[in-house]
Design a protein around this ligand. Structure first.
Ligand code: SAM
Length: 255
């Protein structure tokens, strides 16, 4: 590691490999009119990541993957731009743009160093994109830079408690024991591949957002609705009934 960005290269390799497995889920998400958020598909009316209206807003999706969040935004009258680190994910996103007849700019780049000017966007959003695959001490200052005064930063991530309870073994489900320290939680590496994730304790996240000129308006610790299902193996429904497996952070840039 020369410049502290080894995780960007490592995650690009992982996502170029993973992209094929995200084509069909991406197509299903593109085909939806109503957003379904996160690993359990929780509805927009419960989580309200888009707030009252996104019509007319300039939006940037940081780590857009196959681009369905930006597609949902475009259909609601926003002007989205998506940025992603993986050329293979962007090939899928572009093919869905053609398939669904909906075009918006897609940029191949690193959400920690976005090649766009400052104060250009009203909403910066990330659903399991930059929000977990980028170093928060790099991507959150970038998101704050991209936002106009009064603009909103909204992101969805794994729950902090979940990150303490996940075993190291591949795809093993979370248990009811804390397996690692909470204080100092930041960079996660797993044995199964070379991916790198980032998760902060709540106090550190609030301090970082504040230091970047953002005011936290809401932290939703997601309650998975009865009857929900997921294709991911690492959280069982009964676990998700007791502890928040996902979190939605909403912050606003000071005017
Ligand atoms: C899980 S997808 C997120 C997209 C979609 N919301 C989803 O849940 O499928 C994660 C995306 O983050 C992207 N990503 C990882 N590191 C990134 C970085 N440094 N800059 C931009 N995108 C990045 C990956 O390439 C991948 O497409």
């Amino acid at each position: 590691m020369v410049d502290g960005l080894d995780h960007v290269r490592r995650n690009r390799r992982v996502w170029d490999t993973e992209a094929a497995a995200y084509v069909e889920p991406g197509r299903r998400a593109w085909a939806r009119d109503e957003p379904a958020w996160g690993q359990w598909g929780v509805s927009e009316c419960r989580l309200r990541l888009f707030g009252d209206s996104v019509a007319g807003l300039d939006t940037v999706e940081l780590g857009c993957g196959t681009g369905y969040v930006s597609a949902w935004l475009a259909r609601r009258g926003a002007r989205p731009v998506g940025i992603d680190n993986s050329p293979a994910q962007l090939i899928s996103a572009r093919s869905f743009q053609a398939e669904f007849g909906l075009r918006f700019p897609l940029i191949h780049g690193d959400a920690e160093r976005v090649p766009l000017g400052s104060e250009r966007f009203d909403l910066a959003i990330s659903e399991y994109g930059a929000s977990i695959w980028c170093d928060p001490y790099r991507w959150i200052p970038e998101a704050a830079r991209l936002l106009r005064p009064g603009g909103r930063l909204v992101f969805l991530v794994n729950g902090a408690i979940l990150m303490l309870c996940l075993p190291d073994e591949v795809d093993a489900p979370a248990g009811d024991r804390l397996l690692r320290p909470y204080l100092g939680m930041h960079r996660f590496e797993w044995s199964e591949d070379e991916s790198v994730e980032f998760h902060l304790p709540h106090g550190a996240m609030i301090r970082l957002l504040t230091d970047c000129g953002l005011v936290v308006e809401e932290l939703i610790e997601v309650e998975v609705p009865a009857g929900s299902t997921t294709r991911y193996p690492w959280v069982r429904f009964d676990w998700a009934q007791k502890w928040p497996c996902e979190e939605v952070w909403k912050a606003r840039k000071l005017p």
